[in-house]
Design a protein around this ligand. Structure first.
Ligand SMILES: [Zn+2]
Ligand SMILES: [Zn+2]
Length: 454
């Protein structure tokens, strides 16, 4: 009887732990068992990143509320730029296969030297360690090799540090990081790799917060908010430290560990001061191409791409720490004052773009390639334009009028006489109608051309 009761209690606990509401949080904290996350084929591996989107939202809102209660706040343009960068980095996946997975599959199918069982706990733990070690080196190279830094600097370009910063990802980084995981493809089945490459990324979400000071003895083995705050710092003691993904032991082993000391000032050593997401993604590429063009000698030109971001002829590979501005908190952050109504406007259209992206990702298989491409470009245009509005570019209102009018034309053409379509799209239609009217009125006002300055 007692054994039966114990078994019933265990079943109930297991049921709760495996319920979707709890499972989302367990995925985010990498507390999933091998038996719950082992799959035979790559096709069976869930899209964990998509599954946890609601949990991102819950945790971001919770952090915002707590920060508000503490008298601090998340700055909307910065948070929106961060999430937009995350969305931007995911857009190519709507159109094409993930290059990390594609390259891994190719090597495994053609070059594997052993086949470890996909359903073994040992394989699962080996893959956990392999992906985390691979991530350490991907990340270290991304800071120490200039052309890789050109992509990765996107993640460091926020002067804030909160959960939205975690989502600020580079569009191009995945196109150089895939190579670091290929040695695993010689013996770890792709399905196991695909589980851990997602878990490793998702674990790093919760460490982007100032709300957790430290987590006791776990600080010795895990990457934590405290360790990762140092990684995002631009104080001299923070430069090129704490590259870990999940386990901080790699930094301790390879000599790049630094504990949190004086208050961290976040962001790039030379802040780029913009909410323009296109500029954030590509500015360093422009900088290094111009630098390579202007520097003398072929080997110097090549070195601009392959040495560290701080390298110059005659200096060490990673540059000189004396060249890093010796700054201390508090430092003034980049800001631009925006009318409240415009903040509400950008948040509304930006939220519609996010919902549009989630729907497109879910229903893309029922559409042909051209509509998927056009819708993807429209989402990209939307989030880019919100950055232009935050930057108060003179052309932003003109592009907005065009963008909103285009939506209404397409909506009328495809959904004008269809009741179902009209029901679903009634609210966005009203928002776009209001927006077009608003911009037309603002253009027709005799005292101001647009209400904005550059
Ligand atoms: Zn980094
Ligand atoms: Zn980070």
């Amino acid at each position: 009887m007692a054994a039966n009761q114990t078994s019933a209690v265990m079943d109930a606990v297991t049921g709760v732990l495996q319920s979707p509401a709890i499972m989302g949080f367990r995925i985010l904290f990498y507390t999933v068992l091998p038996s719950e996350s082992s799959f035979k084929t790559p096709e069976e591996v869930p899209k964990y990143v998509n599954q946890v989107v609601p949990f991102f939202v819950v945790l971001v809102i919770t952090e915002m509320i707590i920060l508000k209660l503490q008298g601090k706040s998340v700055r909307p343009p910065d948070a929106m730029s961060s999430v937009s960068a995350g969305l931007f980095s995911q857009l190519p996946l709507i159109l094409s296969r993930n290059i990390e997975v594609a390259a891994y599959l190719w090597v495994y199918e053609n070059w594997k030297i052993a086949v470890l069982p996909w359903d073994s706990s040992l394989t699962w733990f080996l893959a956990f360690l392999g992906v985390d070690l691979g991530y350490y080196w991907v990340h270290r190279f991304a800071h120490e090799v200039n052309f890789m830094w050109a992509s990765h600097q996107v993640h460091h370009s926020s002067e804030d540090y909160n959960l939205t910063t975690a989502l600020r990802q580079s569009l191009l980084q995945r196109y150089s990081s895939w190579i670091f995981y290929l040695p695993m493809a010689l013996f770890i089945p792709p399905s196991v790799f695909m589980v851990h490459i997602q878990f490793n990324l998702l674990y790093q979400f919760w460490i982007h917060t100032e709300l957790v000071s430290n987590i006791g003895p776990l600080e010795y083995i895990l990457n934590t908010p405290s360790h990762h705050r140092v990684h995002h710092g631009r104080n001299r003691y923070c430069i090129d430290k704490n590259y870990a993904g999940v386990l901080i032991i790699w930094d301790r082993m390879f000599g790049t560990f630094e504990p949190e000391g004086e208050e961290v000032v976040y962001g790039l050593v030379h802040p780029i001061n913009t909410w323009d997401i296109m500029y954030v993604q590509f500015c360093h590429w422009k900088y290094i191409i111009q630098k390579a063009y202007s520097i003398e000698g072929l080997s110097n030109k090549i070195s601009v791409f392959l040495q560290g971001p701080g390298w110059e002829p005659g200096k060490p590979r990673l540059g000189m720490i004396e060249d890093i501005p010796d700054i201390h908190a508090p430092q003034e952050k980049y800001t631009k004052s925006l009318p409240v109504f415009l903040t509400i406007y950008t948040m509304t259209h930006w939220s519609l773009a996010l919902l549009g992206h989630m729907n497109l990702d879910e229903y893309k298989h029922g559409l042909s390639a051209l509509p998927v491409l056009l819708l993807t470009l429209y989402i990209l245009w939307t989030i880019t334009n919100m950055g232009f509005l935050h930057e108060q570019k003179w052309y932003a209102p003109h592009l907005e009028l065009l963008r909103c009018a285009l939506y209404l034309v397409v909506d009328t053409y495809f959904c004008g006489g269809q009741a179902v379509c009209s029901d679903v799209l009634y609210i966005p239609r009203c928002i776009f109608l209001f927006s077009v009217s608003m911009w037309l009125v603002s253009f027709l006002k005799p005292t101001s051309k647009s209400g904005h300055v550059d």
